[in-house]
Design a protein around this ligand. Structure first.
Ligand code: HAM
Length: 427
């Protein structure tokens, strides 16, 4: 029996890779425009890192982590998200010494043992960004504007929902109000919410059960419980978002699925992916660095789900595929094949994307291969052409063919062909 991939783990095949590369290219360019630098962090971390940051009462930690004991008996976890590893690295490597504000991004796979469905995988990819070391509300707006900018440049639309979760000062009064509200409805709530209402009441607002969500429609609003400084911060975020030209809608029920958030939280939503509408989400986490043993440094960030972006672009059509080779070298006869083999290396050294056939196929078949690979040009090198010191160059787009006189010295063939192709592609 053939071995299949794990459930919820998906191959990204060559035909889809063009769209992944397109998104990554655009995003990396925008990250640079906003002053972000790339950081690469490991996929495996100590389990404790995620338990302490994401929170013990969250779905991720309770039900979704790929956690196992390694050969040394240590509990390790395949990262379910990128923020905790980046902060761990920031503290461990003393990145705060490089400058007071660090703008970092990372792109890579994350792992959550969720029930797979459209737009929800067990291995998925995130583009995740973090700004460490700034309290300014303008940073919050800038980060959201950058997420907005990425979507615009890749041609997608989403709605931005915004909330503030307050801080350690104002959250207790909200918790109390929420607790009172929950107590009255306790028997009507799901088991998770009943349990969490005493251990971590805010968490219940993130419950996936429709029945629970219907009850929470009239729950108290955190925005009404914000303390003075949090309220001021939130006002400035809203104002500067508008200045940055980013439309948003307030959603006081949004608590996010991770415990580390404080103040600003946001989600980028689409209605075009069924139940999995969040294409990106993030927020501020002002106590997290300190909590992990680092300096008193605040932070904000977000992550976008690559698969969801890819699906949305796929649904729109007009997918960008990876371009085919510049040139497919067709050779006929032993001598031409030997020359062609060296010539393809010379052309590659000169920067061209070149392919040729090594299976001794007929000319018709080699042409078919060139077509299948979407080669831009074909160079035909036969025994006869070799004798005459020439080769036929075919433009696969226009179908035009011309005879190129090759230079007397073999080492000059590649530059002659390169010049011919550049001239033709300029036309
Ligand atoms: P998150 O909301 O858990 O936040 O995930 C961010 C995005 O990752 C989601 O909006 C979604 O697009 C994508 N995503 C999450 N789970 C899956 C899945 N199972 N399959 C496919 N896509 C998925 C975080 O992870 C935070 N670390 C974001 C952040 C960065 N906050 C501050 N900095």
């Amino acid at each position: 029996m053939s071995i299949k991939a794990l459930k919820g783990f998906k191959d990204i095949l060559p035909d889809e890779v063009g769209i992944w590369q397109f998104i990554e290219r655009k995003a990396r360019d925008i990250f640079r425009r906003y002053g972000f630098e790339e950081i690469k962090v490991p996929i495996l971390e100590k389990t404790e890192l995620f338990v302490r940051t994401i929170g013990e009462d969250t779905d991720i930690v309770e039900k979704e982590m790929y956690t196992f004991v390694d050969r040394n008996g240590s509990s390790i976890t395949m990262r379910p998200e990128g923020t905790a590893p980046v902060i761990r690295s920031y503290i461990e490597n003393g990145l705060f010494v490089r400058g007071s504000v660090q703008r970092l991004y990372t792109i890579g796979p994350m792992f959550r043992h969720e029930r797979p469905q459209k737009g929800r995988l067990r291995q998925f990819h995130q583009m995740s960004v973090e700004v460490l070391g700034s309290n300014s509300a303008k940073i919050d707006s800038e980060v959201m504007a950058m997420a907005w900018h990425i979507l615009q440049e890749i041609g997608l639309q989403a709605s931005l929902e915004l909330n503030s979760l307050g801080c350690t000062e104002c959250r207790p009064s909200f918790k109390e109000a929420l607790l009172g509200f929950l107590q009255e409805r306790l028997p009507d709530l799901c088991d998770d919410c009943q349990r969490r209402s005493s251990s971590n009441p805010l968490r219940v607002l993130d419950c996936k059960s429709e029945h629970c969500q219907a009850q929470y429609a009239s729950a108290p609003s955190i925005i009404e419980h914000l303390c003075g400084p949090c309220s001021l911060h939130f006002e400035e975020v809203k104002q500067t978002l508008t200045q940055a030209g980013v439309p948003y809608a307030l959603n006081p029920k949004m608590v996010r699925g991770l415990d580390y958030y404080t103040r600003t939280t946001f989600e980028l939503l689409t209605t075009e992916l069924g139940a999995q509408g969040a294409i990106g989400a993030g927020g501020r986490y002002d106590g997290l660095v300190r909590q992990l043993g680092g300096p008193e440094v605040t932070g904000i960030g977000f992550a976008m789900g690559m698969e969801r972006l890819v699906m949305l672009l796929g649904q729109k059509g007009g997918l960008e595929s990876v371009p085919g080779p510049d040139l497919f070298l067709i050779t006929l006869g032993e001598r031409a094949y030997e020359k062609g083999f060296v010539l393809q290396q010379d052309l590659r050294a000169a920067g061209m994307y070149v392919m040729m056939d090594h299976e001794g196929r007929s000319m018709k078949n080699q042409l078919k291969q060139a077509d299948k690979h979407r080669a831009r040009f074909v160079l035909l090198l036969g025994e006869e052409e070799l004798e005459k010191g020439e080769a036929a160059l075919k433009d696969m787009r226009s179908g035009e063919q011309e005879i190129c006189a090759l230079a007397p010295a073999f080492k000059n063939w590649a530059p002659v062909i390169l010049a011919k192709i550049s001239e033709r592609t300029k036309e």
